[in-house]
Design a protein around this ligand. Structure first.
Ligand code: ADP
Ligand code: MG
Length: 339
């Protein structure tokens, strides 16, 4: 008899975790933007080069990290956001898995620059494929900058399977929009190959939606507001006559986190009933606030799917709230020939 099981070295475990967390450049964008938000940033800048294949950098004015934390942040399961299992059901941060930076650093070249308000000097750490390359004290402003270069440089199979710049950029824009829509009060800017893509100043939700989707959106929005014991619903749906054939402008946020949920999407669509003709989808921006203990976010590494304690009740409340709001706006059914 011989023993054959061994524990994988950390850099291998990190690379495996990266397979789940980092599918494409857009996944890195999401993780870095969320870290900036968790750090309390009020101003966040995203810079990419070549659809994120060459560079993805996020610069924030958040609380920064101490020298020791800067080094620790790249360890697997290293997080400042939860301490015990129960905390998973009382989450007020985007992150909690402590896996993103470790995963990203396993498959890219990463430069981290960070400084806390109370420190004179900040820290600059360079990591390549989980290996620490350098660690210096530098002068820099308060906050954090994470630059991720040459993503998948050590996994040719993944690098070669990246899609065209147009498609990868589309995914990045989608992630950026979701985060920017979830946090209207935060200022965001976004540059691609030195061109400004977005420059969003702190605003209310309506202004943020208009800044992202265009001025014409303003007149299309029907406000949705409802408070019950189990959920608070805020946001907008667009009037039925502006429904589109293509999907993609359906946004659900639960406790300020973008999620996908076909069941709740059905609740919204069905609230429009005869106001929509076949194959048309309403655009919506719906923000559900629920008690943290009534949801489980830890069912998927990218956290875009979550489990609700009572989805049926949410469905019913959502549907009737939207029906009621559409009714109040007195939208008459649109006939097919009017399109
Ligand atoms: P998680 O976000 O799940 O905690 P990450 O790997 O994304 O895991 O980050 C690890 C830790 O590094 C965070 O818990 C946080 O303490 C710190 N960190 C990461 N990014 C930033 C940032 N932009 N500003 C301040 N601290 C950060
Ligand atoms: Mg994180």
């Amino acid at each position: 008899m011989s023993d054959i099981i061994q524990l994988l070295p950390d850099h291998v475990a990190n690379q495996i975790a990266a397979g789940e967390v980092v599918q494409r450049p857009a996944s890195v964008v999401k993780e870095l933007l969320e870290n900036a938000i968790d750090a309390g940033a009020t101003n966040i800048k995203l810079i990419i080069k070549e659809a994120g294949k060459i560079l993805i950098q996020v610069i924030d004015n958040g609380k920064g990290m101490s020298q020791t934390d800067a080094r620790l942040s790249f360890e697997r399961h290293a997080t400042s956001k939860i301490k015990k299992a129960e905390d998973l059901f009382n989450l007020h941060t985007k992150g909690f898995r402590g896996e993103a930076l470790a995963s990203i650093a396993a498959i890219a070249h990463v430069d981290l620059k960070t400084k806390q308000e109370e420190s004179d000097l900040g820290t600059l750490i360079k990591i390549e494929g989980s290996k620490l390359v350098s660690h210096d004290r530098i002068s820099t402003s308060t906050g954090t900058s994470v630059a991720v270069k040459n993503l998948f440089y050590n996994i040719p199979a993944r690098r070669n399977f990246l899609k065209s710049n147009t498609i990868e950029t589309r995914h990045i824009v989608n992630e950026f929009q979701r985060v920017a829509l979830a946090h209207a009060s935060i200022s965001f800017s976004f540059y691609h190959n030195e061109n400004e893509v977005y420059n969003l100043t702190s605003s209310n939700l309506r202004q943020r939606i208009v800044a992202i989707l265009g001025k014409k959106t303003n007149e299309k929005l029907v406000p949705i507001n409802e408070i019950t014991d189990v959920v608070e619903i805020n946001g907008f749906v667009t009037k039925p006559e502006f429904a589109k054939k293509k999907r993609g402008e359906q946004f659900f946020f639960v406790n300020d986190r973008f999620i996908k949920n076909a069941y709740l999407n059905h609740a919204v669509t069905s609230a429009f009933e005869s106001l929509l003709s076949g194959g048309y989808h309403p655009t919506y921006f719906l923000y559900l606030t629920v008690p943290t203990k009534s949801i489980d976010i830890n069912i998927h590494p990218t956290k875009t799917e979550i489990k609700f304690e009572d989805e049926k009740t949410l469905y019913a409340i959502l549907r009737s709230t939207i029906k009621h709001s559409l009714g109040q706006y007195n939208v008459a059914p649109v006939l097919d020939f009017e399109r």
